[in-house]
Design a protein around this ligand. Sequence first.
Ligand code: NCD
Length: 311
Amino acid sequence: MSYPRKHLLAIEGLEPPHIADLLDLAESYALLNRSGKTQRDLLKGRTLINLFFEDSTRTRTSFELAGKRLGADVINMSVSTSSVNKGETLLDTASTLNAMHCDLLVVRHGQSGAPSLLSQKVDAAVINAGDGTHEHPTQALLDALTIRRHKGRLEGLVVAICGDIAHSRVARSNMHLLTTMGSRVRVVGPPTLIPAEAARLGVEVFHDMKAGLAGADVVMMLRLQRERMSGGLVPSAREFFRFYGLDAEKLAHAKPESIVMHPGPMNRGVEIDSAIADHPTRSVIGEQVEMGVACRMAVLDVLSRQLPRNR
Ligand code: NCD
């Protein structure tokens, strides 16, 4: 198992063998979870703290479940953003966590770079659970695992990531992971929601859904992150759906056996039609959640191997 770091702060910078090894380990945890078995001795005596400065349903609960399935003591700390005085409070928090001898620290924060800052101040291994518009590495891992289970590979696949790319840490981590693993990544959305750096990341840019979805193996839909927008970058939800919402007509341009993904939370009728979100064969949204637990178990496992014993 090759993983070169103490923390998992981003996908950017990881090389194909690191990603492939993490996915292989996550696959073994997916099978273990389906068998109903657990491995409660692996993180026995370790403390995992979930430190969430932003709302979360899936990510927080799946880290909690992953930690518990591996035997860790799990503590959830939700901090309301309004009471946070950025840098100073973060660093105060860091010293508190150090005093608690936390081994694994899962952090979600509205500011890009916050988990990285924390990682310089705590003894624990830090996992970025989403920072601002920057990265959400475990989401990209679970997306890649879900794709690999359905398509058998990542290399050469055409993956269309659609909607609000500019404000999405999910899109950014996926762009890094999928291009590193040899997928052909497209981003599809209105010009106001495509980041300037898209070309530098080696992805193709489309402003039209039909062209962007043509021949795609994977269609990944994203929510409009209105909380991160500083003005009216999109017209009405209704108009957005008309041009960029995934419905049967637009999906017909992708390959007939293509899969539909969404990291959640979904806004039905805005970026995705309910009939597609709930489609029995094309939608793999439920499986993404399942793979989330497996991927987070793999990440906790790998990072804990590098921690000193008896802290
Ligand atoms: C995403 C996030 O928080 O970045 N959700 C998630 O982790 N499953 C996407 C979003 O909030 O739209």
